[in-house]
Design a protein around this ligand. Structure first.
Ligand SMILES: Cc1cc2nc3c(=O)[nH]c(=O)nc-3n(C[C@H](O)[C@H](O)[C@H](O)COP(=O)(O)O)c2cc1C
Length: 179
């Protein structure tokens, strides 16, 4: 069975990424085509990469979590037209753990988090992660109440399934070239 990590890409207090991640996991679990696991980057309390004096005790667990996955769904919020600093820092910590795997992106923001998602695609290219085309983009105005309570439009469920329909075969294929 493939293992797909659903990575929560924000860490701030009051963040909405756990609501979005749980929704994706529920849809994904209903498919029966992989083991889906939420990976919350906040849990690892990563220091800033390379900063002296930081507590790096969570880095090993972060590395093992990513290494154990065959593919990923990134839950991405838009911060100043890009991904959060926390997600960028977490991505930067690892290298081989990402290589030759596939990913889908689920983003949210005022315009669906589209600008953050496109930035993430560039970063994933450098990490040898193959990102699939279908991209569920959630609006803070129409898929959330007051920008905080997640109430996705029905059509978004199909979008998540369409994204996973691309992610699973790519994750399967790339597994064959990893050592
Ligand atoms: C520092 C910061 C910058 C933001 N910049 C943008 C932005 O450029 N575009 C946008 O659509 N939303 C922006 N937002 C709104 C966030 O997308 C929204 O608050 C979202 O809920 C953040 O994700 P989170 O709740 O998981 O942390 C910004 C929020 C923060 C905190």
């Amino acid at each position: 069975m493939l293992k797909i990590g659903i990575i929560l890409g924000s860490t701030r207090e009051g963040r909405v990424s756990p609501q979005v991640g749980e929704w994706v996991k529920k849809i994904a679990d209903g498919r029966g085509d992989a083991t889906y696991e939420i990976i919350d980057i906040a849990k690892f309390k990563l220091p800033l990469l390379g900063e002296p004096g930081g507590d790096a005790s969570g880095v090993g667990e972060w590395s093992a979590s990513v290494a154990s996955c065959d593919g990923f769904v990134f839950i991405v919020s838009e911060y100043n037209h890009s991904i959060s600093g926390a997600l960028k820092n977490a991505l930067d910590f690892l290298r081989e753990e990402w290589n030759n795997k596939a990913a889908g992106i689920v983003s949210y923001g005022s315009v669906g988090g589209a600008r953050a998602a496109e930035h993430l695609r560039g970063i994933l290219g450098e990490l040898l992660v193959a990102d699939v085309r279908v991209h569920p983009a959630l609006s803070l105005f129409t898929d959330f109440e007051n920008g905080t309570v997640f109430k996705p439009k029905e059509v978004q469920n199909q979008s998540v399934n369409d994204m996973l329909d691309q992610l699973i075969p790519w994750s399967t294929a790339l597994k064959t070239i990893r050592k």
